[in-house]
Structures are given as structure tokens and as C-alpha cells.
Design a protein around this ligand. Structure first.
Ligand code: H79
Length: 577
């Protein structure tokens, strides 16, 4: 269906820019390095507004070249740029008539960086987009976030909405040409009607502007995973995006040199595309408008891969397979299927594809002949011993038509049946299966009012022993299988475990405490520790089987957060041919 989100779906990949006065602190306050994400420094250090505003003098823009930014984004394969017109600090990075707390009024250059970027995006043929913090504004007494200059008890949000929020949205959507999307963040304090008003205002000014990410009350045109949160499986039923950092901060901090490697970025981008999720990757320029070297190097490295493999990501759809393997995943476009190998192996065998493969080739080495055999429902590819790229390997398959796959997960040649946490059934509850966005799909609420839900392909808010999750799969050959559940710990935290889970397949049950004896290392585990725990072994007979999972015991203070299940054939069983 062609609709106003189509360009955004096709783009797959955009540049996020966090640029504000926090950049001038470089992550330091009173000579001390500060902790946490850089753009929150005013809040974390409780810096009085009167002092914080002096930072504007350092926003020289002396090294700012919007055309260079656009060129870098394009080299990385990005199709749009989303820049912070106003972050939580409340400082407008554009010429705002309704608040003099802006860069043109208070900065030394007199330049309007948003106007320059909008023009550069138009010249470069990529979409110009805006981030606007709609509820947090540390500079306004009637918005949220600043409890050291203002009294939160006295907040009359309507005043902020009328004095600043709406007038600034009008300015941004009137004076900066076509805005591809507007990215809201941290909804708080607005009513549903008030939120709908903002939606209406955006549409009144620019009917084609996409309302991104985090407006609130599920009134966005697409959903956002958490910051730096990658999905666990294909999210087919709604549009999703992952906003992510190149190091560990959004706003510039000079000491944060923890850059993701181009290899990690490539894998994240490809895997996100395979999951049907967009990637919005951030740079945090300095007060002078320079993009940190580490960011440039990371994006240039990624861009080298993109120059050869662009077709496998941009304009594709998520994987047609019922589930991915541990070492491979896929994207598709028309009669093309792109297979990605995490760690290069000269053999790649997989099950589940029902098409005939007409041709197999490597975008990174187009003249190399590949071995290709399809037999007994299995596709075997013989690849060169050496990877054609130091990054995620890509094999392009041309099929006899659009990809068609078995509807249920099947055993892969590595002896594993991979079950994502997108369950076929959630009980108790009458809601249909599938990804329901951020909506709860179980009927009964836990004490804190939150119910078991599937978010980003992951079962979360799982706190009741009468909740049940069910997955179907197809088994061809009898055998004994270990049941391994992969659960994740808190962001930046340690994996916890200790829950007791019960798995039932065909009337046989296993119960075990989660010990986390297997490591899981994928891009999604960088910020969220994840480990696999075996619940034991079951003997399975062939057929269409259902795995039911429930939790008998929870761990205090920990969320049971389920990412993936693997049924792994025990090695003493005969290998299939
Ligand atoms: O714009 C980036 C972040 O600044 C923003 N979203 C991305 C895209 C964001 N807003 N809020 N948060 C992220 C999470 C807030 C975490 C907080 Fe804290 C915990 C705020 C106060 C306590 C982290 C720790 C920030 C200050 C201390």
C-alpha cells in the first residue's frame, strides 16, 4: 500500500543529530566529567537556567557545514536527517520568534543552523526532519523537567502548550520547507485530546509530515523501540524504528570514545532491516558544528559496505522466514532474497524456503560462482572460503517469484528450531496474536497496572503465573531436544535470572530455574545483557507441535523479559543428511 510512510519504510536508515547547548559543556561541569547521556547534563547537574544560558556564547558554528553533514549521511546510505530543533533543555536551534532562548538570538554567529540544514537536504535530495521535545522543556516554568529553577507543583501545562509548544511547531512547520517527519519524545502531562491537537496541528501545516516515534497515546504514525533497543524478531504488523547512538551519548561528550565499530553498525543495520525495523543512527556535533572523528570514521566504514550492499537493505522488506537462524537472517525485495551471514562460513544451509532459486551471487564478488543445491526442502550454498567483505556477508538470491516460506518454524540444518518470542497465542487473553504495538495483549493486569505484552518481539511485563505463551512449530524427524530460553536483563545492568519456567510440548513438561549458562552475543545484547538457560530435554515426535511456556516463580526486582527460544537437537541423535 502506497501511503505517506512509504518513503520512510524504503529509506530504512536515517541520521539522527543531537545538537544543542549541552554540546558546549563537552560533558564537563565545574571542571568535572559528568556521568550519563550528555544532553541531560543540565538536569543531572541541576544547572540554573541563568547560568546554563551563557553556554550559548560558545555555540560558534564556526566549523558547521550543512552540506558536509548531508554528504556524510548520503555516503553512509542514509535517506533522511532528523535534527533536534529543541531538545529537553528548551533551547531552540533555530530562529524562533516566540522565544528568544534560541541560537540566532543568543549565539555569536547569527546563523540559523536548521535553515542551513533544510536547504542542504533539499540540495542533496534527502529528507529534512525534526526532533522536538514536546513535554520536557527545562527552560519553561510550565513544562516538565526543571525542578531546580521552577516549582513542579505550579505547572500549568496549558500555558506552555499555548506559549511555546504550539507556536514553535507552527514556526518549524512553516519556515523550513517540507519536513519529512517530526520526532516527539518523552510524552508526559498532556491529555489524549491535547495530544490529538498536536497531531492535528502538524497535519494542518504539513499534511504529509509523518508523526514519529513518541508523541504519546499511540497517536504516532510509527512506533519506537527504546533508545538503543534492537528487536528480537521480525515485527510485521506495525512500523517500528530503533534510535541508536554511535558511542554511549546522544549529545557531544569529548571523553566518550566508546565508538561502535563499522562491523557492529553494519550487522545492526542489516539485522534491523531483516526485522522490518528502521535504524536512526545518531551523531552529536560539537558546539562549533564539527562531527567527532570517531563518528565520521564509523559512518565512513559503514558507508564502504553500503556502497556495495545497499540493495540488500534499502528498499527491502523484512525476512519472509518464520524465524532466523543464529548465524543468518534475511531481507527481501520482489524476487530477490538477501541472506546475511554473521560469521562467514563457506557453507550455508537452511530450511523453510519453498521457492526455486534461479541464481545465487555475492554483491561483494559478483564474478565468483557459487555452488547451489536444493534438495529435500533444504537450500545448500557453497561459498568462497574467504569472506568477500570484512563485515556481515551478503548472498543475493534470485527466486522464481516472490519469496514463499513455510509458515511455521522448522528444524534448521544445525539441529535447531528457533522460536522468536512473537508467540502464536497469549493466554489468558482474547487478543489476537501478532504485534500489537505498545498495547497490552493480555487481559489481566499486574498490580502496577501493566500486563504481559509483546514489545519489540519480546515478552515483557510478565508477572503472573497464569500467563501463558504458546508457539507452534513443525517437526519432521523425532528426536530429543533441549529447550533453551533466552532472557534479558536490565539496560546497562547484569543479567539476573532465577525465575522458574515451565515448558510443555505434547503433554510432556519441564520445569527449571533460569541459570543463564549460555552467552548470547548479538548487536541487541550490547546494552541489554542476555543469556540462554536450558530447561531440560524433551523427546519429540514429528508433527505440528505447540510449546507452551508459563512462569512458576519470578525474581523480586527483576523483569522476566523473554527474547527467544531455541529447541536444540541432542547430539546423540542421528544427523540429517
Ligand atoms: O534524545 C535522546 C535522549 O535524550 C532521550 N531520547 C533519546 C532519543 C531520552 N529522554 N529521556 N530518556 C532518554 C531517558 C531518561 C532517563 C532518565 Fe536520567 C533517567 C532521566 C532521568 C533519569 C539519564 C539518567 C538521564 C538523566 C539521568
Amino acid at each position: 500500500m502506497a501511503d505517506k510512510l512509504q518513503w520512510w519504510r524504503d529509506n530504512r536508515f536515517g541520521m539522527f543529530v543531537h545538537w544543542g547547548m549541552y554540546a558546549a559543556t563537552e560533558g564537563y561541569w565545574n571542571g568535572q566529567e559528568t556521568e550519563g547521556i550528555g544532553e541531560w547534563i543540565q538536569n543531572r547537574e541541576k544547572i540554573p537556567l541563568a547560568e546554563y544560558r551563557k553556554l550559548a556564547a560558545q555555540m560558534t558554528l564556526s566549523e558547521y557545514d550543512a552540506d558536509e553533514w548531508v554528504a556524510l549521511a548520503k555516503r553512509a546510505g542514509m535517506g533522511h536527517i532528523v535534527i533536534t530543533a529543541k531538545h529537553h533543555e528548551g533551547f531552540a536551534m533555530y530562529d524562533s520568534a516566540c522565544s528568544d532562548y534560541n541560537i540566532v538570538q543568543l549565539g555569536p554567529s547569527g546563523r540559523d543552523p536548521l535553515a542551513e540544514l533544510s536547504a542542504a537536504c533539499q540540495r542533496g535530495g534527502i529528507r529534512f526532519c525534526i526532533y522536538y521535545s514536546h513535554c520536557l522543556d527545562f527552560a519553561h516554568p510550565h513544562a516538565y523537567g526543571n525542578a531546580w529553577d521552577f516549582d513542579p507543583e505550579q505547572i500549568e501545562m496549558e500555558r506552555y502548550v499555548e506559549e511555546k509548544l504550539k507556536p514553535q511547531l507552527r514556526e518549524l512547520l512553516t519556515n523550513y520547507g517540507p519536513v519529512g517527519l517530526i520526532w516527539f519524545d518523552m510524552p508526559r502531562g498532556l491529555s489524549e485530546a491535547g495530544t490529538q491537537d498536536l497531531r492535528d496541528l502538524v497535519h494542518e501545516l504539513q499534511p504529509n509530515c509523518i508523526i514519529g516515534a513518541r508523541l504519546g497515546y499511540h497517536l504516532e504514525d510509527y512506533h519506537s523501540l527504546g533508545d538503543n533497543e534492537l528487536p528480537c524478531c521480525v515485527l510485521r504488523e506495525a512500523d517500528w524504528e530503533t534510535p541508536a547512538t554511535l558511542n554511549d551519548t546522544w549529545g557531544y561528550k569529548r571523553d566518550d570514545q566508546n565508538w561502535k565499530t563499522p562491523a557492529e553498525l553494519v550487522e545492526s543495520l542489516a539485522e534491523l532491516a531483516a526485522c522490518d525495523v528502521n535504524y536512526l543512527l545518531n551523531i552529536g556535533p560539537t558546539a562549533s558544528g564539527r562531527i567527532p572523528d570517531g563518528s565520521v570514521q564509523a559512518l565512513e566504514g559503514l558507508g564502504e559496505w553500503m556502497a556495495v550492499h545497499r540493495e540488500s537493505v534499502i528498499g527491502t522488506q523484512g525476512s519472509p522466514f518464520a524465524s532466523h537462524g543464529d548465524n543468518w537472517f534475511a531481507t527481501q525485495r520482489d524476487d530477490k532474497l538477501y541472506l546475511f551471514q554473521r560469521d562467514w562460513q563457506p557453507q550455508l544451509s537452511l530450511r523453510g524456503l519453498t521457492n526455486d532459486v534461479v541464481k545465487a551471487s555475492l554483491p561483494g564478488a559478483p564474478t565468483v560462482e557459487l555452488g547451489l543445491r536444493q534438495a529435500d526442502g533444504c537450500l545448500h550454498l557453497q561459498l568462497p572460503d574467504a569472506a568477500p567483505t570484512p563485515f556481515t556477508g551478503v548472498i543475493e538470491l534470485t527466486l522464481d517469484g516472490r519469496p514463499e516460506c513455510a509458515p511455521l518454524p522448522v528444524e534448521q540444518p544445525d539441529g535447531c528450531i528457533y522460536l522468536t518470542s512473537q508467540p502464536d497465542q497469549v493466554e489468558p487473553g482474547s487478543a489476537p496474536p501478532g504485534n500489537a504495538g505498545a498495547e497490552a495483549i493480555a487481559t489481566e493486569l499486574a498490580e502496577d497496572g501493566r500486563a504481559l505484552e509483546i514489545h519489540g518481539g519480546r515478552a515483557c511485563n510478565w508477572r503472573r503465573s497464569d500467563d501463558k505463551l504458546c508457539w507452534q512449530f513443525d517437526l519432521e524427524t523425532a528426536g530429543r531436544f533441549a529447550v533453551i530460553v533466552r532472557t534479558r536483563g536490565p539496560k546497562y545492568g547484569e543479567w539476573i535470572g532465577g525465575e522458574v519456567l515451565r515448558a510443555t510440548i505434547g503433554g510432556q513438561s519441564l520445569e527449571a530455574e533460569l541459570q543463564g549458562e549460555e552467552a548470547v552475543n548479538k548487536p541487541r545484547t550490547r546494552y541489554f545483557p542476555e543469556r540462554g538457560s536450558s530447561l531440560g530435554t524433551l523427546s519429540l515426535q514429528p508433527g505440528k507441535l505447540t510449546l507452551e511456556l508459563s512462569a512458576l516463580r519470578f525474581t523480586d526486582g527483576a523483569d522476566l523479559s523473554l527474547c527467544e527460544i531455541v529447541l536444540r537437537r541432542k547430539p546423540e541423535d542421528e544427523q540429517r543428511a
